[in-house]
Write a protein that binds this ligand. Structure first.
Ligand SMILES: [Cu+2]
Length: 121
């Protein structure tokens, strides 16, 4: 009696897990602008501009940088707390946000007129 109930409960839990795994996979793409959630940890470089110009992240968070230009760029903090070095055209890299809270202005060390700010909250 008890064993049967337990087995049924397990089967139900497995079904929920399976359904949950299935329904979450189609929405795995983080590129959707209306997706919310984890979309905030991405910096896109396009037309010699960082987007967004101001990004707020948590200390030590992993940040994805996508270079959509055909020329190399870098993401280099003025205070040297992070530096991706050269990101080839079309390439994607990740770096770790600093643990020092506050604004960290950064530039592209190749095109030093490219400015943006990473803020650690
Ligand atoms: Cu650049």
């Amino acid at each position: 009696m008890t064993a049967v109930r337990l087995r049924r409960a397990l089967a139900g839990a497995l079904l929920v897990l399976t359904l949950g795994a299935c329904s979450s996979s189609p929405s795995a793409s983080p590129s959707s602008p209306s997706g919310g959630g984890s979309a905030g940890t991405r910096i896109t470089i396009k037309n010699f501009q960082f987007q967004p110009a101001d990004l707020t992240v948590h200390a030590g968070q992993s940040i994805t940088v996508v270079n959509e230009d055909s020329t190399p760029h870098t993401v280099t903090a003025d205070d040297k707390s992070f530096d991706t070095k050269d990101i080839s055209g079309g390439a994607t890299v990740t770096f770790t946000a600093p643990t020092t809270t506050g604004p960290h202005p950064y530039i592209c060390s190749i095109h030093q007129y490219m400015h943006a700010t990473l803020t650690v909250s």
